[in-house]
Write a protein that binds this ligand. Structure first.
Ligand SMILES: O=C(O)CCC(=O)C(=O)O
Length: 222
């Protein structure tokens, strides 16, 4: 079913580009609603999420349960280290491979890793962070695909987060990530801007987000 995504005609896809102070992002909704609905349903039926230690995160030495569900898939041998956790990439399921192949058709990039986050409702969230870990190939864009409940995605310049007089007045950029959307975070965005998916208690629907990434060659343990 998810392979239907590969039949989408890309000629009429349009992108909205936003650039400022190191931010370079492109946003589009290339997946029509009926196909996005089918992809969401298939992901809900086929994806299982990490449990145990892999469903936890360490912040300043304290361990917490993740405020969402998470799992990672990728090419053989890939692991991803972030916030004190090493995440192993499980073998690609067909439902996710179809999305990777769609991105290849859309942008010509063959991603080798994806982090999937499931937010059961608006209480689940993701805190501010930069995806700038050494395992990532920072010369390549991260492609974020969203299905389900529309949620605001907030980007903040690193110098606008500083306390006191060092703080620079650069306004955050907020994008509504729609059902069937693709957001490309092009370099150097993730070195300079933090991003987050804040809590929105009034939004009740589930949402699945997939961030496709390209790893540095040295991280491939073959
Ligand atoms: O769910 C989202 O849109 C945010 C995902 C994210 O920030 C990440 O995977 O690093």
């Amino acid at each position: 079913m998810s392979q239907k995504i590969l039949d989408i005609d890309l000629k009429s896809v349009t992108w909205k580009s936003t650039r400022k102070e190191g931010l370079n992002i492109e946003y589009s909704v290339p997946i029509p609603r009926t196909i996005a609905d089918a992809v969401l349903q298939e992901l809900e039926e086929t994806i299982t999420y990490f449990t145990g230690d892999l469903a936890k995160i360490k912040v300043f030495g304290k361990v917490y349960s993740l405020p969402r569900q998470q799992v990672a898939y990728g090419d053989p041998g890939i692991t991803y280290r972030y916030s004190g956790t090493t995440v192993p990439a499980l073998p690609w399921p067909q439902s996710v491979l179809s999305l990777r192949d769609f991105l290849f058709k859309l942008k010509g990039i063959k991603y080798d890793f994806v982090l999937i986050n499931r937010y059961k409702n608006g209480s689940d969230h993701m805190g501010e962070h930069r995806d700038n870990e050494p395992d990532l190939d920072l010369t390549m864009p991260i492609a974020s695909m969203s299905f389900g409940q529309e949620r605001p995605f907030v980007l903040k310049h690193k110098d606008a987060r500083k306390p006191g007089p060092q703080k620079i007045n650069i306004l955050p950029v907020i994008i509504k990530l729609e059902h069937g959307s693709v957001l490309l975070m092009n370099p150097p965005t993730n070195e300079i801007w933090y991003h987050s998916l804040p809590t929105r208690k009034k939004l009740l629907g589930p949402r699945i987000n997939l961030t496709f990434r390209k790893m540095r060659v040295k991280n491939l343990m073959k």
